[in-house]
Design a protein around this ligand. Structure first.
Ligand SMILES: [Zn+2]
Length: 597
């Protein structure tokens, strides 16, 4: 009896809390219009109502614009494109002050129950990380156009879009509840759902019951049926890595441009830019499909299989993680691995690509200075803000992470006798952290996952090659699949200067090269080499040999200077991966597992 009455009381309290919380859930509605697209402006109105008691008590609401967008780790200060911010309540204008670079504080009046803020956003940067509108289409990266209220990040919002004149189509992964009216279940979903508005072509296909849409902006000579067939194959193969698909629907926003390359991943969509000639030759098309595979694979790796720091996001500050080598680098590894498995890349192409990536990182002096984890952590200030010394002091977490993915995959194959590969690590963390615990994972938890799958201790590997800068054990790893790595430059005796030139000026001086040691600088204008004007520095080098000295006259800060350099041997690697002689049946069997043959 007592128990019943206590439980009744609990229910009554719960109902009251539910009723109160419903009564206090703010309502958010955005309206987006574009009256003069040729001027590159979006017009936005955000209407909020039904505030909670705390907001009323505060007497103000802070509206914020994100300073960055997930997936692109640079502070971009989107508020710089906002103008004409105004606020009004149901009884007229409300006072608003800008209290920092990205926050507008709107003062409420006594009986204000509804606030509308309106402003314009200049959008004239057609990249996947920004927004753009002109007379042919609009592309919206919500982080850079829609303001939000920090306390209401978990509140659903409605977005009503009024397309320009005869623009007929709006493409986004957000669910459409009425014509051009979309719902976002919270701020993270809203920000992670880019929108294309215009007269784009729509292609569709279905993958295991999940509708997929391809929005094609821009003219290009593609075969629609081939695009649908090839995308379907890439997506199906990507899905087979994890074994299940978490999306209700998926949208590709493709921009076919004069020049373009790159993509940005989102929760249920991606934006990819490609050259409109991508469809016209096999190599370029393979590159386009590898971009599609990369961005699509992100719907698992980074969007759901995610380091702890990457969601829920802080949109006003840098979000730091050591794991971009996994989120980006291993996604780069999988973009090729998926193409191999789907049959778009031969085993020879795949190994050639792997060897090229190894050469790239091993020829970069910064690979011995910055580790994969440091590269990830400092993405905000180094990878996204390179300078003339970046090659000497940094390594890309894409390139290093891709090589690490390739090596870890081989290591797992070797230690499990081909029963497991890196897919199993991703499946493990997907199940355990995304599905069961619904959170991101730590550095230690990832290492544990690799150890569990590989069945060996991995601390030494992580410390040396991921947190450290030691050279990866390529030969040892490749031997298990009957292959070896060979430096095709091992026997050359070419002389080496160590500079890269751009328009007659020095663009980079590589660490420990003769140019570095003997004092050439970035931005030096090369006036002469051994007395003659250098039309082609490479050609001049071909006439020299190791041990020669060269006299280089440069102009620096308006003054002429002459340097004498002692040419050393060019130690740049050109790796090739090839079969070992006399492969054993075990090696051949493991090779087949590696290549999915
Ligand atoms: Zn990526």
């Amino acid at each position: 009896m007592k128990k019943i009455s206590f439980s009744c009381l609990l229910w009554a309290i719960c109902f009251q809390i539910i009723a109160q919380s419903k009564a206090n859930t703010p309502e958010i509605e955005y309206m987006l219009s574009m009256e003069q697209p040729q001027t590159h402006y979006f017009e936005v109105t955000m209407k909020v109502s039904n505030f909670d008691a705390k907001t009323k008590q505060n007497g103000f609401i802070d509206f914020k614009m994100a300073v960055w967008t997930p997936g692109s780790y640079l502070i971009r200060e989107y508020a710089k494109n906002v103008e004409g911010f105004k606020a009004a309540g149901e009884n007229g204008n409300l006072k608003s002050d800008k209290i920092n670079k990205n926050t507008w504080r709107v003062r409420l009046q006594n009986n204000t129950n509804q606030v509308s803020v309106s402003y314009k956003v200049y959008a004239n940067e057609l990249s996947v990380r920004t927004s753009f509108i002109d007379d042919s289409h609009g592309y919206l990266n919500p982080a850079s156009v829609l303001v939000y209220v920090n306390d209401w990040k978990y509140v659903p919002s409605k977005l009503v879009i009024k397309p320009y004149k005869n623009w007929t189509t709006v493409s986004t992964a957000l669910p459409e509840v009425a014509k051009n009216t979309f719902l976002a279940e919270n701020l993270d979903v809203l920000i992670d759902s880019p929108i294309e508005i215009g007269t784009q072509k729509i292609l569709t296909f279905d993958l295991k019951g999940i509708p997929h849409k391809i929005s094609m902006y821009g003219e290009a000579k593609y075969d629609e049926q081939k695009i649908i067939k090839d995308f379907n194959k890439v997506c199906e193969t990507a899905m087979s890595v994890i074994g299940e698909h978490p999306c209700k629907n998926y949208t590709f926003l493709i921009h076919n441009l004069n020049r373009g390359g790159g993509g940005l991943e989102h929760l249920n969509s991606t934006t990819c830019q490609t050259s409109r000639s991508s469809y016209e030759n096999e190599k370029a098309y393979q590159g386009f499909l590898s971009l599609i595979a990369h961005e699509y694979f992100h719907l698992w790796n980074v969007k759901r299989i995610r380091p702890k720091a990457l969601g829920p996001f802080d949109y006003e500050n840098e979000n730091y993680t050591h794991l971009l080598w996994l989120s980006e680098g291993c996604t780069s590894f999988y973009q090729n691995y998926i193409l191999r498995r789907a049959g778009f890349m031969t085993p020879e192409d795949f190994t050639a690509n792997f060897a090229k990536e190894i050469s790239l990182i091993e020829n970069q002096p910064g690979n011995k200075v910055q580790s994969a984890t440091e590269s990830s952590w400092d993405a905000w200030i180094k990878y996204y803000r390179p300078n003339e010394n970046s090659k000497n002091s940094t390594v890309s977490y894409y390139d290093k992470g891709s090589v690490l993915g390739g090596v870890l995959n081989l290591l797992i194959l070797q230690n499990t006798n081909g029963k497991k590969n890196f897919d199993d690590v991703l499946r493990f963390v997907y199940q355990k952290y995304y599905k069961e615990q619904q959170r991101g994972f730590t550095d230690e938890e990832l290492q544990k996952a690799v150890e569990t799958v590989a069945g060996i201790p991995m601390n030494d590997f992580f410390q040396k090659y991921i947190f450290g800068t030691e050279t990866l054990p390529y030969s040892e790893i490749l031997k298990a699949v009957g292959m070896q790595i060979v430096d095709q430059n091992a026997t050359n005796n070419d002389p080496y200067l160590g500079v890269e030139t751009r328009n007659g000026k020095i663009g980079a001086v590589l660490r420990d090269s003769p140019a570095y040691v003997d004092g050439l600088n970035v931005d030096d204008e090369i006036l002469s080499v051994d007395g003659s004007k250098p039309e082609d520095l490479n050609k001049i080098m071909q006439s020299k040999k190791v041990g020669d000295t060269v006299s280089i006259k440069v102009k620096r800060d308006g003054l002429e200077k002459t340097f004498t350099l002692n040419l050393t041997r060019n130690q740049m690697k050109a790796y090739k991966i090839e079969a070992l002689p006399n492969q054993t049946p075990e090696q051949l069997a493991l090779y087949k597992k590696w290549m999915f043959l």
